[in-house]
Design a protein around this ligand. Sequence first.
Ligand SMILES: [Zn+2]
Length: 163
Amino acid sequence: METAKKECTQHGLVVSCIDKRLTDDVINFVTGEFDMQDCFYQFMLAGCALGADVNHEWDKSLFDHIGIVLELLHGDKKKLDRIILIEHRDCGAYKKYLGKYGNFDQHNPAEQERELVTHTQYVLKLADKIELWCKSQQLHYIPVISCFLMGLDPKENPRQILR
Ligand SMILES: [Zn+2]
């Protein structure tokens, strides 16, 4: 017998990298941290915020999808309560697009700090852009936008990037 799905207390959109090492970790983190099992939409692009920054078409796709999510939820008399941007360490797209500058030694604390700073720069830029876009859509609310940097070890808590 199928158990009835619980009502969602909030709805979200998760934007993350396509990296295969983290697909389950992303879902586990979001369902645990935000209590949003079966209550969030997902959009993935290589490099997450950096991917959107360097590829115009990907950026357009992302915003098209945010628009679709809003349409679906609003059609259902719901809101998009939050947008969660999840960057991750040792990202292949950062190496591809930033070269040496995007390659971070995972065993060197100074490099890990540089990695955090680099991801912060791109993810905050995207968060601001999403917020501005939401304002331009004349919603009667603005989704909460949260940003994280996830480690490869699922035991390591994703680090929240404050904005
Ligand atoms: Zn990645």
